[in-house]
Design a binder for this molecule. Structure first.
Ligand code: LLP
Length: 418
């Protein structure tokens, strides 16, 4: 099995950079999300290097992992941010991100979210419908400012990914239907307080084939040309995110190949390019560390009950997503057996992996790999479980980047009846 970058076996079992996961568990407890600063940095730099020579802005998709330390790291590396809520904007600002490098995506922006984003003079709103466009124009006019926009067009291209994370098909709720986009651009360019500056397209997530990206881009360019003929010149093309990573045996798109393909199609175009990568920056840079509590035989299945659960990492339950699970250190039990790795939550859907061959016994640590994207951000307090601690490893140093929640915090905002 290929371990993710910066993760390897050392004398004390599995380690991330120069720190053993055993040490992390001893100091910070389990379950715990563990990230590698070097892996995050490397993923960002690989992407930006692949587009060297073009005017590119990388707007990291905050939703993939919005921890302040991660946002702050990307901000320092020069990233902009793709946000989908006022809350994400607040995080970006708190982490030192530049609002002039923020694009605002999402189908349901509320008026107050628009106000907050306009007050911070963000770069661009990715508008997804006529009603949103009219609302934005009204809000900007009231505030006496101008709103810069792209229309997010839905190119009706099949990204060949899980149906829950495909977004660029006709039947999806996202974007403006391709055939309606031209008319809406005309409307936008006549509206008060709106500046049309770009076009945007995001077709889905965990995409492992290059063709859908090329197909979507070709369609976007048809529209760009039509718009130009009508005197609507665009400053940037936002090509969204969606690049898949390896969880098991996928052959993900090489970033270099992705960049070369797009640069080829765009050779004669001078617009700035914007990207919104999320998963490919953080997915393989994080893991979820958990401890085996019990081993239990139930009928013909053997369960390893661990202290992480679907509330910590919901991807297996929600998408039947596969995450590699490995024992951190060889324990006393050197006999391998097949386990379903399950959590303590009262749901049969509460599993992290099924039919995994592991040498484990109660007390052993296991790591759920490739959990950096859509892991902690999708966690919940179901079963009144405090959210896990999160740490970032930098060489031999462990930084606590999120304290484990305390039970009392979980109901601090609740009120008994008088
Ligand atoms: N831009 C927009 C407008 C998006 O909706 C998304 C992801 C991205 C960028 C980033 O896509 P990425 O590069 O990460 O693929 N919870 C699911 C994934 C949901 C993706 C939602 N949108 C999962 O755990 O697989």
């Amino acid at each position: 099995m290929n371990l993710p970058p910066m993760t390897h076996r050392g004398n004390d079992g599995l380690q991330v950079e120069d720190v053993s996961l055993r040490e992390v568990a001893t100091r910070f407890g389990t379950p715990c999300y563990v990230y590698s600063k070097a892996a995050l940095t490397q993923a960002y730099r690989e992407f930006s290097a692949a587009f060297a020579g073009r005017d590119v802005m990388i707007c990291y998709a905050v939703k993939a992992n919005s921890n302040l330390a991660i946002l702050g790291l990307f901000a320092k590396l020069g990233a902009g941010f793709d946000i989908v809520s006022e809350g994400e904007l607040a995080r970006v600002l708190a982490a030192g991100g530049d609002p002039r490098k923020v694009v605002f995506s999402g189908v349901g922006k509320r008026a107050e979210e628009m106000r907050a984003a306009l007050a911070h003079n963000i770069l661009c709103f990715n508008v997804e419908s006529q009603s949103e466009l009219l609302r934005l124009s009204g809000v900007a006019r009231e505030m006496g400012v101008r709103a810069a926009i792209s229309l997010r067009v839905n190119p009706d291209v099949d990204p060949k990914t899980h149906p829950y994370i495909a977004t660029g098909l006709k039947q999806n709720k996202f974007g403006v239907a391709f055939e309606d986009a031209l008319a809406l651009y005309r409307t936008a360019s006549d509206l008060p307080s709106i500046d049309v500056i770009g076009i945007d397209c995001h077709i889905g997530s965990q995409i492992t084939e290059i063709a859908p990206f090329g197909d979507a881009l070709e369609k976007v360019l048809q529209l760009v040309d039509q718009l130009e003929r009508e005197g609507i010149a665009l400053h940037h093309l936002d090509l969204g995110g969606g690049i898949g990573i390896r969880y098991k045996d996928e052959q993900p798109i090489q970033i270099k190949h992705y960049a070369e393909t797009l640069k080829g199609i765009l050779a004669s175009r001078s617009q700035q390019l914007i990207f919104e990568p999320g998963r490919c920056f953080v997915g393989n840079a994080g893991l979820l560390l958990t401890q085996v509590e019990y081993i239990k035989q139930g009928g013909n299945r053997r369960f390893a009950i661990v202290d992480a659960a679907m509330n910590d990492l919901i991807r297996p339950a929600l998408y039947e997503a596969y995450h590699e699970i490995v024992a951190v250190a060889p324990g006393a039990n050197d006999e391998s057996a097949q386990y379903d790795i399950v959590g303590p939550v009262c749901e049969s859907g509460d599993f992290l992996g099924r039919d995994r061959d592991l040498c484990i016994e109660p007390g052993d640590l296991v790591a759920v790999l490739s959990a950096g994207a859509y892991g902690s951000v999708m966690s919940s307090n179901y079963n009144t479980r405090p959210r896990a601690a999160e740490v970032m490893i930098d060489g031999a140093t462990i930084h606590l980047i999120r304290s484990r929640e305390r039970v009392a915090d979980l109901y601090a905002g609740e009120h008994l009846l008088p």
